[in-house]
Structure formats: structure tokens, C-alpha cells
Design a protein around this ligand. Structure first.
Ligand code: COS
Length: 380
């Protein structure tokens, strides 16, 4: 496994760096982060960055997860506004690419790759977050339609997205085997959205999603009835690599801000970079970012090689988001009072780091997955 970037990867990184400097940062500085940044998302499509690891045959980039992670990391130097949008858009793409039938792939994947359609992933419910099997949204087959009733919460891109990958119960009492996955298009009768939620550190657009006798064609079932839990877990395994990548990008940015600041700010007649207390903080921050990056790249490498990777993906998510929390908190500390000011960027990065420890499986869930995998290996 090679930790250096190939020429192709370096070109890709530079393409994203230029996009961030030329388009994304000026746009977000001007318009803020409250609303979904549609022009930037469309631009990602034009640049061929909206479907990096998905099949060429359906308009995707056909690149590997290491490239995808690299793009997400570089984008997330802006904070996670755009990186997490791309990562979330990737969950329904992954599910359709892996479990969708030919008709579903043709219908959605090319348009999602061009960023003409935005995707969302709808699993979480008010009483079912970590315990994903406990979802209550029902889907009943009536004639040649499914009728959905229930509620989802904290849905990133809720109300904005065109294509929702929704997990719902098709047969009660079967636990995981009673859950199925569906495509619900925006505009489906009986689909509506709640008010905009304002989770700390997620810059834009999560909403509740309601299904009130929501009618969708039977053809919108993805995979077989009863496959939905495995479909969702499979997507989250890969999603955890992407959350690790976005967290590493924002942690690296916080570290870079802190490093520069220590050479600007003076105290007691010298730059604060001269104080060993500050130097030790910088060293620990850099070590945490680099360690997380190595594990994240290993998880991506295993996935690219067709090897089991969910243990490493959970480790990467755990280490990267904890590193992001530590590094951004220390960056605020190094900036002192200014670090808490909205006029400086590091407090926002710290807020974003906090939510990264919760989304796509809390870090307690990652520990459960890691321990299960370790014990499974021992029992084999
Ligand atoms: N990939 C494929 N299949 C998986 C899987 C995975 N990663 N994890 C579990 N499964 C399968 C199991 O093999 C089992 O199938 P069989 O009965 O055929 O063996 C089935 O799914 C049920 O598995 P299990 O009993 O282990 O499920 P649990 O309810 O114990 O849940 C955890 C497992 C906790 C790992 C799961 O609920 C989880 O990841 N929760 C967090 C959800 C999350 O990330 N939410 C955030 C949403 S997006 S912001």
C-alpha cells in the first residue's frame, strides 16, 4: 500500500483545491451556509466530481475510493458544507449501483452523476438512530404500488433532494429481515417535509420527512423485499470512510490555521510558536490527523482491493472524527478569545467536528462494530 499520491491523484487534488479557492469559498462567503449550495453542487457535476467511485457505464468517474476520499478531504478544508453533501449524495448512488436493477440504474445514476438530481438517505427516525432495526415507517404493497406511512428525522438534503433512498418495514416481527429499501422521488403523493432543523455544525438543510399514504410504484423497491437492512448497513460501511475523509479535511484545515496563527500572535515579547506548551499541542494535533489519515486510506485501500473493510472503516470513522474534535478544540484554544469569535473560522470547524462524532453511526456504534469484528475473527 502506497501512502504517496500518484500523479493522477495529485492532479485530482489540485482540481479540487482550485475549485475550492476559485468557486466554493467565495460563494459560501457571500451566500453563507444556511441554504443548499446548488450552484456549487451543479459545478461538481460539471467537473466530473459528483460520482467519483461509481461506474463509468452510468456516468460515474470509475475511480477508486482512495480518489473519492482525497476529493472529500480536500473539499472539507472549507468545513464540511460541501464534502458532507457529496458524501450523503454518494449513499443512494452506492445503493443504486450495487443493488439497483438495470432500469433503476439507467433512470437515476447518470443524472445523479451530472448533479442534475440530488440524493438523500432516509433511515433515521425519532426513536431509531443507533438501533436502526427499530424503524417504524411501514411500506404496504397494494396492487402494483407500495404505500408508505411514517416519519424520518435529521434527513440531510431533506426537502432539497430529488431522490430519497428510504428504509421501511414491509413485514412486522421479522426484525432486520422485515425491512426493505425504496426509491421515493420528490413530488410523490403523500411525501412532505417538516421545518428545517438546525443541528449544531451541520451548515444546512436537514429536515423531517413525512410519508402520509405516500404512493410509489412497486418498481421502486431496491433489491428484494427484506434486503433493506443489509442494503443500509452496506452503504454505511462505505459511508464511514467518507465521513472519516471529510473529518480529516476539516481537522487539517484547523491545524493549518493554528500553525499560521502561532507565527502571527505574540505574547511576552515573542511569537506564541516559541512556547513549548504550544509546540506540544501542534505536534499532538499533527500526529492525530496523520494517524487518522493512514487508517482511513487503509480502509479505502482494502475496499478498492475487494477485501473486507468494515472493521477499518469503523476505526477510521472513530479515529478521524475524534481527531477532528481534538484538533479543532485545540485550534480554538490556541487562538484564545479570538478562537471563540464568529469572525474567525476555527469555532465553526469545532462545531462541525462535534456532529461528525454522531452522524453515520455514533462513535459508540463504531466501537461496537470494531469489537464484534475482532471477536468474530477470534471465533472463526
Ligand atoms: N453489512 C451487511 N450486513 C450486515 C451488516 C453490514 N455491515 N451489519 C449487519 N448486517 C446484517 C447481519 O449479518 C444480520 O443479517 P443475518 O441475520 O442474515 O446474519 C442483520 O444485518 C442484522 O444484523 P445485527 O443483528 O448485527 O444488527 P443489529 O441490530 O445488532 O445492528 C448495528 C447492528 C448496531 C451495527 C447497526 O444497527 C448500526 O450500524 N447502527 C447504526 C446506524 C447508523 O449508522 N445510523 C446513522 C444513519 S445515517 S446518519
Amino acid at each position: 500500500m502506497d501512502y504517496t499520491l500518484s500523479e493522477e491523484q495529485e492532479q485530482l487534488r489540485r482540481l479540487v483545491e482550485e475549485f475550492v479557492g476559485r468557486d466554493a469559498k467565495p460563494y459560501l462567503d457571500k451566500h453563507g451556509r444556511e441554504d443548499f449550495p446548488w450552484p456549487l453542487f451543479r459545478k461538481l457535476g460539471e467537473l466530473g466530481l459528483a460520482a467519483i467511485p461509481f461506474p463509468l457505464a452510468y456516468g460515474g468517474g470509475g475511480l477508486d475510493y482512495r480518489c473519492y476520499a482525497l476529493v472529500l478531504e480536500e473539499l472539507s478544508r472549507l468545513g464540511t458544507a460541501l464534502g458532507s453533501a457529496l458524501a450523503v449524495h454518494g449513499l443512494p448512488q452506492l445503493i443504486l449501483a450495487k443493488f439497483g436493477n438495470e432500469e433503476q440504474k439507467q433512470k437515476y445514476l447518470p443524472a445523479m452523476a451530472r448533479a442534475e438530481l440530488l440524493g438523500a438517505f432516509a433511515l433515521t427516525e425519532p426513536h431509531a438512530g443507533s438501533d436502526a432495526q427499530a424503524i417504524k415507517t411501514r411500506a404496504e404493497l397494494r396492487g402494483d404500488s407500495y404505500v408508505l406511512n411514517g416519519q424520518k428525522i435529521w434527513i440531510t438534503h431533506g426537502g432539497e433532494a430529488d431522490v430519497y433512498l428510504v428504509m421501511a418495514v414491509t413485514e412486522k416481527g421479522l426484525g432486520a429481515k422485515g425491512i426493505s429499501a425504496f426509491i421515493v422521488e420528490k413530488g410523490a403523493p403523500g411525501l412532505s417535509f417538516g421545518k428545517r432543523e438546525r443541528p449544531m455544525g451541520l451548515p444546512h438543510h436537514t429536515r423531517e420527512v413525512f410519508f402520509d399514504d405516500c404512493v410509489i410504484p412497486q418498481a421502486n423497491l431496491v433489491g428484494n423485499a427484506g434486503d433493506g437492512f443489509k442494503v443500509a448497513m452496506t452503504a454505511l460501511d462505505s459511508g464511514r470512510i467518507t465521513i472519516a475523509a471529510t473529518s480529516i479535511g476539516l481537522a487539517q484545515q484547523a491545524l493549518d490555521y493554528a500553525l499560521s496563527y502561532t507565527l502571527e500572535r505574540t505574547a511576552f515579547g515573542k511569537h506564541i510558536a516559541e512556547f513549548q506548551g504550544i509546540q506540544f499541542m501542534l505536534a499532538d494535533m499533527a500526529a492525530a490527523v496523520e494517524a487518522a489519515r493512514c487508517v482511513m486510506r487503509k480502509a479505502a485501500y482494502l475496499r478498492d482491493s475487494g477485501l473486507p473493510f468494515n472493521l477499518e472503516a469503523s476505526m477510521a470513522k472513530l479515529l478521524a472524527t475524534d481527531a477532528a474534535m481534538k484538533v479543532t478544540t485545540d485550534a480554538v484554544q490556541i487562538y484564545g478569545g479570538y478562537g471563540t469569535s464568529e469572525d474567525y473560522p476555527v469555532q465553526e470547524l469545532m462545531r462541525e467536528a462535534k456532529i461528525s462524532q454522531i452522524v453515520e453511526g455514533t462513535n459508540q456504534i463504531q466501537r461496537m462494530v470494531i469489537a464484534r469484528e475482532l471477536l468474530k475473527k477470534l471465533r472463526q
